[in-house]
Design a protein around this ligand. Structure first.
Ligand code: TEU
Ligand code: CA
Length: 552
């Protein structure tokens, strides 16, 4: 029987703070803005809030480049606001996760500044600084493009390593002093009163420090650094120590950003003795993330998507997501173009919430926010977009095709302001928003959906309440999961069972009607259409219809 941790019955929500709610008209979302929306989240049924980084940062990578781990960036507020936020979250019986970004810091962090001053001193050893040689720089390409090696400012013959932007130098986890520094900081935040962390890019902390080259994978002669990360072993020592020194003593909830398409790491990472409470299940949204570009261009196929999900459901209790701040909107990625509607969006939401695992919503998902429109490359703010574009060109795309590619997959799609109203700047700010509001805010916004009984927002409220209900809450949290009707290509169906309770989730994930002979009958307990049609032993499913039957 599965261990019944407190968080397994909860529903989580990711806030991307710059785009959530501005409170002072500077066009940037902030902590007072978040506090003002806590009641909204509570009413939605959210228990756990993860906030993307709010630490002091030059914002080269929107806060994922931290220059002081123990202060709040002034654009978001200050420590007093943070204290207030933590108290207000607790007051509502909710939980708060911060983003733990410890693979790298900012080049503006005093540690790195000190390393520049004295590369061979204490702080030089906090980073990977290497002498120029026949091995250095090697041929690894950073996640955002170009070499992972950058000359150390003021030192012609020295290079430092960065697996992301050059303004994000990687921290040297091989150095015990650095690790101690990190543990101190992590414990400081846990003592401050937060409940845990989402852990950023954690697979990057263990490098092959022989700095071997790997075969090039693009015309630039470089190879994605993820190739090295995939083939390097030994990360467990660091993660076990981090857990033992910080997470375990605080009983923290931890969610790892772990890319593990093969599933080989599930048990080690999130089993009974795992390093983290859970980790994101990315396969459904980035199924082939590290396998080049062709596969990402395939048109959406419900069968492929469904089978990827089913394959891993049994292996562990993952954190289920359909989108986040690095990916396109789920409603644009996982619903075929032209099929966007209340029914398809509610079907997608039902799958996200009723599968086995800890569901995470991403801000705006609950109102069906979609990808935005870009008119030129200048519309993008994200530091990652340059290399995404270049990769598409390298792949043989015309500039138009490459632009279409980044428009579809660019991270800025998810980073437009939350659409609260149909008024000025969608109610996000009284000033000029740092990112343009998606032009569809007149149709898609919280205020309108609050008023409309049959809106996506009200569906999500009902869905979350169903997932956490007295009657079915244990079943959804702790129950087993078994795929059903798998030979039907567009039917997304599974059984959940717990003790003597059994339910069948049925979804016709398609724009065509579908008649399905049922192996078993049951009572209808949840729907996304007002009426359910049976014909003898068959159910007649309308486009994107969801029906949940109680079989017990
Ligand atoms: O992302 C880690 C990561 O590997 C991403 O680069 C991912 O591969 C890419 O975004 C897929 O489109 C984390 C954060 O989520 C991201 O926002 C940061 O930019 C990155 O770490 C660096 O901190
Ligand atoms: Ca602000």
């Amino acid at each position: 029987m599965m261990k019944q941790d407190w968080w397994k019955k909860k529903v989580a929500y990711q806030i991307y703070p710059k785009s959530f709610q501005d409170s002072n008209g500077d066009g940037i979302g902030d902590l007072p803005g978040i506090i003002s929306r806590l009641d909204y989240l509570k009413e939605l049924g959210i228990d756990i809030i993860w906030i993307s980084p709010i630490y002091q940062s030059p914002m080269v990578d929107q806060g994922y480049d931290i220059s002081d781990y123990q202060s709040i960036d002034p654009c978001f507020g200050d420590m007093e606001d943070m204290r207030h936020l933590v108290d207000e979250v607790k007051k509502r019986d909710m939980y708060l996760l911060m983003d733990l970004v410890v693979n790298h810091c900012s080049d503006q962090h005093p540690w790195f500044q000190e390393a520049i001053r004295d590369p061979f001193g204490k702080y030089g050893n906090y980073f990977y600084i290497e002498k120029k040689s026949d091995k250095i720089p090697n041929n690894w390409r950073s996640q955002f493009g170009g070499s992972v090696w950058e000359p150390l400012p003021g030192h012609k013959d020295l290079y430092y390593l960065h697996t992301f932007a050059k303004e994000q130098p990687d921290l040297n986890w091989e150095n015990p002093d650095l690790r101690e520094e990190i543990y101190r900081m992590v414990n400081w935040w846990l003592d401050f009163g937060i409940d845990g962390f989402r852990i950023d890019a954690i697979m990057n902390i263990k490098k092959n420090i022989a700095w071997d080259n790997y075969p090039a994978d693009r015309p630039d002669g470089l190879v994605s650094v993820s190739k090295m990360l995939k083939e390097t072993t030994g990360i467990g020592e660091f993660l076990g120590e981090l857990k033992g020194r910080c997470f375990e003593p605080h009983n923290a909830l931890t969610v790892g950003e772990v890319f593990d398409p093969t599933g080989e790491r599930t048990e080690e990472f999130i089993g009974e003795e795992g390093y983290f409470s859970t980790m994101f299940f990315f396969d459904p949204i980035v199924p082939f993330l590290h396998d080049g570009l062709e596969t990402r261009l395939q048109t959406f196929d419900v069968k492929i998507w469904r089978d990827i999900i089913f394959r891993k459901q049994k292996q562990g209790f993952f954190a289920n997501v359909i989108e986040n701040h690095d990916q396109p909107r789920g409603a644009s990625l996982l619903i075929p173009e032209g099929d966007y509607s209340f029914y398809s969006v509610s079907a997608l939401g039902s799958i996200n919430l009723l599968l086995r695992g800890l569901p995470f919503l991403y801000q705006g998902q609950e109102i069906g926010m979609t990808n935005t429109v870009f008119s030129s490359l200048d519309d993008f703010d994200d530091t990652a977009v340059g290399d995404q574009y270049k990769e598409a060109i390298d792949f043989g795309y015309t500039p138009e095709e490459a632009f279409a590619f980044v428009s579809r997959y660019g991270r800025d799609n998810a980073r437009t302001p939350v659409q609260w109203t149909d008024g000025e700047q969608a109610g996000f700010t009284t000033g000029i928003p740092w990112q343009k509001v998606n032009p569809n805010y007149k149709e898609i916004n919280v205020e309108a959906q609050e008023k409309e009984y049959g809106s996506i927002l009200n569906f999500y409220r009902r869905l979350i309440a169903f997932r956490k209900s007295e009657q079915y809450g244990d079943l959804f949290a702790y129950g087993d999961m078994n795929a059903k009707y798998e030979s039907e290509d567009t039917i997304f169906a599974f059984e959940r069972s717990y003790n003597d309770q059994r339910i069948l989730f049925l979804c016709n994930y398609s724009a065509d009607k579908k008649k399905l002979e049922l192996e078993e009958q049951g009572n209808v307990i949840f729907v996304n259409y007002p009426q359910t049609t049976f014909e003898g032993n068959a159910i007649c499913l309308k486009p994107y219809e969801v029906v949940v039957l109680d079989l017990s």
